[in-house]
Design a protein around this ligand. Structure first.
Ligand SMILES: [Zn+2]
Length: 713
């Protein structure tokens, strides 16, 4: 068909008009970011823990985040990006490996280790000749969990191992982490890949000034604003750099903030905890000689992409940006080309999960899938949402169309996710630090079938109860905590965590029999958590029922993968039963299990002392100090060795050191004070004796306290 000239002319006019309108409205509605593939460019990955997408001001949120808002204006902001796990370690492992949790295998914050030969962003960048570094802010990303593989520098110095302070020292603020990255980057002489993790928005919410007063009643947003502010100098540094830097900023998961009954994160996978911000920009590069200002990149940005972006897309994007080959077996896809970010780009299907309820409480596992704006949460009570019309998941559509339910279920099944198996247990120190951050770890029995009664929607208040009880314990409201744990047990008699915490409260109050009875009741009700069994064995042993303790602990110890706490308790019980050779074998096994821990050597030292082997004891304590120069127990042991050899001055020096390292080493404190007093050095003894009288728990040190009172008179 031939067009008349007038019609063609009309069409041309319209095209020109459209182009003119587009030019006028280029910023910000139709903006496109200029992300380029540049071999050798630097890559900066920033993860902000517990960051809801809708917290940032650029996402319309209440927190004022000028630093990230500016970054979004320089690059691309994805407003429909999702994590695959709602837990710190699992989610970061997905970001760094580009794999779903069932592929990399880390399903919770405890009990898992990334394999030493894992392939991660760090190993791939290192292979490509990059200098690699990580600066992490909290214990869930401690090097022990394996994410340090491939990093030249993995800075996880967020706190010591002193148990008395572990709760407050297992995280550090962004203002402490970010300058470390700035310093390392300033010294880098080759292309680099650096991962910076900040933890501030994670509970407890205690924003620093001035953010503490700017968000009255909403301290979470104060923490978000503080994290944003801390990142400013780092981003300015890469903007000034001659070498361009690809910058990727995301959150590992969000925070419930009470939505759907969830305060924190880990149990559910609603948008409050699954949707995360994702901003990608390219900064720095050639410096303009006239202005001195870097304008090469970041000059075109402000792009808003509404595609379904995923954490697994980050690794392919980073690799493509530096010209590296993207492994073909990854589930993610690059976000670098413009057409991948445009409306109409092929759908990215996203798998997600929340396994904390299953692994820690014995509830049903939560898996799900996102296809476009359709979201399926596969639980005993099925959930389906249309996020296009119901972004906060108020209206469960499951059951309204079995075709639509079935299609999403088939898609999820097609991804072939597997459920986690039984995992290893963390030692008490690691468990304590995780507990200090609000994570509850336990070992729940894995069932073959889960019913509606196991659905976390029906049980979420139990999780809230456990967290409330933990708060009550830390505030010293023990009666309240005990009531809460008893109510939890009434509702769910196989929840090991409730028995274990209740028993711990009784034990710490000096009620050994009550503590033992609580744990025995739990085991009778079907609790199989090996830590509950180990706890029972430890209490039996410590309260003088050594034969019963060995009866409980020995079967657990026969398991080749027995955890450190079980072995430690078994070794001590065997030593108390004078089965010294058996005890030594158990402690030797523990040494192999925990090569970086001084505790097995300390116990071997005590064992040697008990059988009169002073030289063996000395060697063991000295070796313990080589492993951990801050071991108060090892110095206390050396004090006991010196006393046995008649060298009282050396004993006093060793005990002083032990007390200086740990003011709650009451045995060392008592030995030092009383020994000085016996030497007639009353003035030197007095401060130690008074400190003992003030701080030693009466339940465990009644006899010693009476003696100290006598000496002080
Ligand atoms: Zn996290």
């Amino acid at each position: 068909m031939k067009l008349k000239p007038s019609v063609v002319a009309g069409a041309v006019v319209i095209v020109v008009l459209v182009a003119a309108i587009a030019a006028v409205y280029w910023w910000p509605g139709r903006a496109q970011a200029d992300l380029r593939r540049i071999p050798g460019q630097n890559v900066l990955l920033i993860t902000i823990d517990t960051l809801r997408a809708d917290a940032l001001s650029v996402y319309g949120g209440p927190a004022q985040t000028p630093v990230l808002d500016r970054l979004a204006a320089e690059g691309v902001r994805f407003d429909f990006a999702h994590a695959h796990s709602v837990l710190t370690l699992a989610s970061h492992t997905s970001i760094l490996t580009g794999q779903y949790p069932f592929q990399h295998g880390l399903r919770d914050n405890s009990g898992y280790r990334l394999s030493r030969d894992a392939r991660t962003a760090a190993t791939l960048f290192k292979k490509a000749g990059y200098a690699t570094s990580a600066f992490v802010a909290a214990f869930p990303l401690d090097a022990r969990f394996g994410l340090n593989v491939g990093f030249d520098v993995y800075d996880d110095h967020f706190g010591g191992t002193n148990p008395s302070s572990e709760f407050s020292m297992s995280e550090r603020p962004a203002s402490a982490v970010v300058p470390l990255a700035e310093k390392w980057i300033a010294g880098a002489t080759t292309p680099w890949f650096s991962w910076v993790h900040v933890f501030d928005p994670h509970a407890p919410y205690r924003p620093p000034p001035p953010f503490d007063t700017q968000y009255p009643g909403k301290p979470y947003y104060g923490e978000v604003a503080a994290a944003d502010a801390a990142l400013g100098p780092l981003l300015d540094q890469v903007r000034r750099s001659d070498r361009p830097t690809l910058v990727v900023v995301t959150g590992d998961h969000g925070e419930g903030l009470g939505e759907h009954g969830e305060e924190a994160h880990g149990i559910f996978a609603y948008e409050s905890t699954l949707r995360i911000p994702l901003i990608i920009a390219q900064l720095g590069g050639a410096t303009s000689p006239s202005s001195g200002v870097s304008r090469f990149f970041g000059s075109r940005g402000g792009e808003l992409s509404s595609i379904s972006a995923r954490h697994v897309d980050i690794l392919p994007t980073m690799l493509e940006a530096v010209g590296q080959v993207v492994p073909t077996d990854l589930p993610g896809r690059t976000l670098l080309p413009r057409e991948e970010r445009a409306a109409g780009a092929p759908t990215r299907i996203a798998y997600f999960e929340a396994m904390s309820g299953m692994l820690n409480h014995g509830w049903a596992p939560l898996t799900g899938v996102l296809v476009g704006r359709d979201k399926l949460i596969d639980l005993p009570i099925l959930e389906r949402y249309d996020l296009a019309t119901d972004a906060t998941e108020r209206q469960n559509l499951a059951g309204r169309s079995t075709t639509e339910d079935g299609a999403l279920q088939a898609t999820l099944k097609g991804l072939a996710p597997t459920l986690p198996g039984q995992r290893a247990m963390e030692d008490a120190e690691a468990a304590g630090r995780l507990r200090g951050l609000g994570y509850v770890s336990g070992q729940a029995p894995i069932k073959t079938k889960y019913t509606d009664a196991d659905d976390p929607k029906r049980l979420i208040e139990l999780d809230q109860s456990i967290h409330r009880a933990l708060d009550a314990v830390s505030a010293g409201r023990l009666v309240e905590a005990e009531d809460i744990y008893r109510q939890v047990i009434d509702r769910r008699p196989d929840m090991a965590i409730a028995y274990r915490h209740l028993a711990l409260i009784e034990w710490q109050a000096g009620n050994a029999d009550a503590a033992i009875a609580v744990l025995r009741r739990g085991l009778a009700k079907g609790v199989t958590d090996s830590r509950a069994v180990a706890q029972l064995g430890e209490y039996l042993s410590d309260s003088g029922h050594v034969a019963d303790a060995i009866g409980v602990l020995e079967p657990l110890g026969r398991n080749p993968s027995a955890d450190a706490d079980t072995l430690n308790a078994l070794g001590i019980a065997l030593a108390r039963a004078r089965r010294n050779d058996d005890a030594r074998r158990v402690f030797d096994r523990l040494r192999e299990l925990l090569p970086g821990s001084s505790a097995p050597l300390e116990n071997l030292g005590v064992l040697a002392l008990e059988r009169g082997d002073v030289r063996g004891a000395k060697t063991a304590f000295e070796r313990a100090i080589v492993i951990d120069a801050g071991s108060s127990r090892a110095y206390a042991g050396l004090g006991a060795v010196a006393l046995q050899t008649g060298d009282r001055p050396a004993a006093h020096v060793a005990w002083s050191k032990a007390v200086a390292l740990d003011a709650t080493n009451f045995d060392a404190l008592f030995s030092l004070g009383t020994s000085l007093a016996r030497d007639g050095r009353l003035d030197a003894a007095r401060p130690y004796l008074e400190q003992f009288r003030r701080t030693a728990p009466p339940g465990s040190y009644a006899g010693q306290l009476a003696e100290v009172a006598r000496l002080l008179r």
